[in-house]
Design a binder for this molecule. Structure first.
Ligand code: AGP
Length: 614
């Protein structure tokens, strides 16, 4: 979850590290720190609890000088967000300095051993065992790089580490174990970079290489040398980075979240553009790995993910059933991995992950691989771990998503799942050509329909003023829009800290209705579809108990005008694509509620963009 940067070259390291950390703050913002080796070989470590701005303020303009260094922005797991627990961490002699992302699962045993050997500990973190272990190997006469390698063999759990040694300031050594986020190497001209994620590197280089689990790298100002943690050298060459830095700037929007909500029409258009053709109507998924006979063997689809990606899976389940004609289920990855699921080579496991690095999703994929299931991942980050684990990938393709609250990646993932279902349905003979054409025409209308739904931005802002003092919200939906109700509640919780619950509307009478009174507004998704009358009955039930209702309805549909307190009108949308349209006003509501309450929209408290720990 934490962000890591490293620099070595001819420029001052500290400003580059701080700039990189600013681009990675979405990974965690409980504390920040940098370590730089000064030309006289003094190690300077500066850290501060809180956001990166607190670190910058604490430097008071006296930025440490030196040409190599490492930096870290933390999402706390072991130990509260204090200065002592902030990274970088050092050994006893202040010679080894380390930044770390992930969890050292056996740290208690290692710490006990190291303490017995006389190593004092200054923090409550698991991380601190790493510099002490490196130091203990070096006191036995082992060189720095080898000491890092041996340390990597001693620690358990998924993690990424970058280490620097004061007497070896011309090199940075990094390794990756398991799936706790990656290490990307950036190649410059006479300078080299390391980072946990691409956005930190893109202003400096477009040539990158990725570290796979079990690999380590040593960089100097000129080049990178890769090897397996087990020992043998690995050949790896720089490749063009998949994103450009212009694409991740805010482009005049106040927050990334708003930018990413508003760019959904163009991004979804871009995402489906390259995957669909119309004469004849067809789907082209370059990363789709299975032959038609292999597809016909599939007798079940299991979709899995976490958070917003799980809600995408729940909509995807309907796509698999209605478009591909295959029995499907959607399951929370953190549950799937431990439940002892029954999977086999006739099961297609579809994982959905914006980042491709979510620990629980990757663990569920590992379980699926162990049982021999076919696997496809729906992912937005090229080169990420889920894309390396699955047999094939359908890229979401909506450009980098920086806001911690996922928005455009949900609509993009839904479009990708829809296309995957068409591809499967065609291969299985479940869809005739006419149906393929009409499904693709419906999908092609989505960018326009989302654009129209986003025209309700000012109404959503006004509603945030009207209802912004409520402490609790209920979100209700049915059918394909039920997961969208759950997503609406998640978005509101995440960015505005208002308690919200998303429910299938039919479930309301079985408990949640007890909560309803005039202080708990309900957002009801009630478009003109086959379930509209059922939704109207649920809305009547809320009103009969004095509740306030904001109804999301189809433009021109007036039967709820006298019942609901407020209407948000969205364009008439084909049923199967309607979730991509109906989610837009819910995203805007969450955004404007957060603004009204003065919340930090792009960096909500306690959250991180990518959850690389269990
Ligand atoms: C969404 O707004 C959340 N920040 C979170 O639920 C997210 O969707 C979840 O952590 C899964 O992430 P992934 O898509 O990168 O796997």
């Amino acid at each position: 979850m934490c962000g890591i940067v490293g620099y070595i070259g001819g420029k001052q390291a500290a400003p580059i590290l701080i700039d990189g950390l600013a681009r990675l703050e979405y990974r965690g913002y409980d504390s920040a720190g940098i370590a730089v080796i000064e030309p006289g070989s003094a190690l300077i470590v500066r850290k501060a609890p809180g956001k990166l701005s607190a670190l910058v303020d604490s430097l008071k303009g006296a930025t440490p000088e030196g040409f190599s260094g490492i930096g870290h922005t933390r999402w706390a797991t072991h130990g509260s967000p204090t200065e002592a627990n902030a990274h970088p961490h050092t050994d006893c002699s202040q010679q080894v300095v380390v930044v770390h992302n992930g969890i050292v699962e056996n740290y208690l045993a290692l710490k006990e051993d190291l303490q017995k050997q006389g190593h004092p500990f200054a923090s409550e973190t698991d991380t601190e065992v790493i510099p002490h272990l490196i130091e203990s190997y070096m006191t036995e006469g082992v060189g720095f790089e080898e000491a890092v390698r041996l340390t990597a063999q001693r620690i358990q759990g998924a993690q990424a580490v970058v280490a620097l040694h004061v007497k070896d300031k011309g090199r940075l050594v990094a390794f990756r174990l398991g799936n706790a986020g990656g290490i990307t190497v950036g190649y410059g001209n006479g300078e080299m970079f390391l980072a946990s994620d691409l956005p930190a590197l893109l202003p400096y280089t477009s040539q990158v290489a990725f570290l796979a689990p079990g690999e380590m790298v040593t960089i100097d100002a000129a080049d990178a040398r890769f090897r397996s943690i087990k020992g043998p050298a690995i050949r790896k060459y720089p490749q063009a980075a998949p994103y450009d830095s212009v694409a991740i700037a805010k482009e005049g929007f106040r927050h990334f979240m708003l930018k990413e909500i508003m760019e959904q029409p163009s991004m979804v258009h871009r995402a489906i553009g390259g995957k669909v053709s119309f004469e004849p109507a067809d789907v082209h998924l370059p990363g789709f790995p299975f032959t038609d006979p292999q597809v016909r063997e599939i007798n079940r689809v299991v979709l899995t993910g976490m958070g917003t990606s799980l809600y995408a899976c729940m909509v995807g389940r309907t796509y698999m059933e209605h478009i591909a004609g295959i029995p499907a289920e959607a399951d929370n990855a953190s549950e799937l991995r431990y439940r002892g699921p029954i999977l086999d080579d006739r099961t297609l496991v579809v994982s959905v992950s914006q980042s491709g690095e979510t620990a629980d999703t990757l663990a569920a994929m590992e379980e699926a691989a162990r049982q021999g299931a076919k696997q496809i991942t729906i992912c937005n980050v090229e080169g990420s771990q889920s894309t390396r684990m699955a047999h094939g990938t359908v890229f979401i393709g909506v450009g980098p998503e920086i806001g911690v609250a996922s928005t455009k990646c949900l609509t993009g993932a839904l479009a990708a799942l829809y296309l995957l279902a068409v591809r499967l349905g065609k291969a299985r003979g479940f869809l005739n050509q006419g149906r393929v054409e009409s499904l693709l025409n419906d999908l092609a209308s989505v960018p326009r329909l989302i654009g129209q739904a986003l025209e309700q931005e000012h109404l959503c802002e006004r509603l945030s003023q009207k209802y912004g003092d409520a402490f609790n919200f209920l979100f209700l939906g049915r059918g394909i829009n039920m997961p969208i109700a759950m997503e609406g509640a998640l978005k509101l919780k995440e960015v505005s800290y208002i308690h919200a619950e998303g429910y299938p509307a039919g479930e309301m009478k079985h408990g949640p209705i007890a909560l309803i009174d005039k202080s708990m507004p309900t957002v009801a998704l009630a478009p003109s579809d086959a379930l509209h009358d059922k939704m109207r009955s649920n809305i009547e039930e809320v009103k009969a108990r004095g509740g306030k209702v904001i109804a999301v309805v189809t433009q021109g549909q007036h039967d709820l005008a006298d019942i609901a307190d407020d209407l948000i009108e969205v364009p008439l949308s084909p049923y199967l694509v309607s979730p991509m349209v109906h989610v837009a006003p819910l995203q805007l509501l969450a955004y404007y509620f957060a603004i009204k309450r003065g919340c930090d929209v792009d960096q909500p408290r306690n959250l991180a963009k990518t959850v690389t720990v269990e």
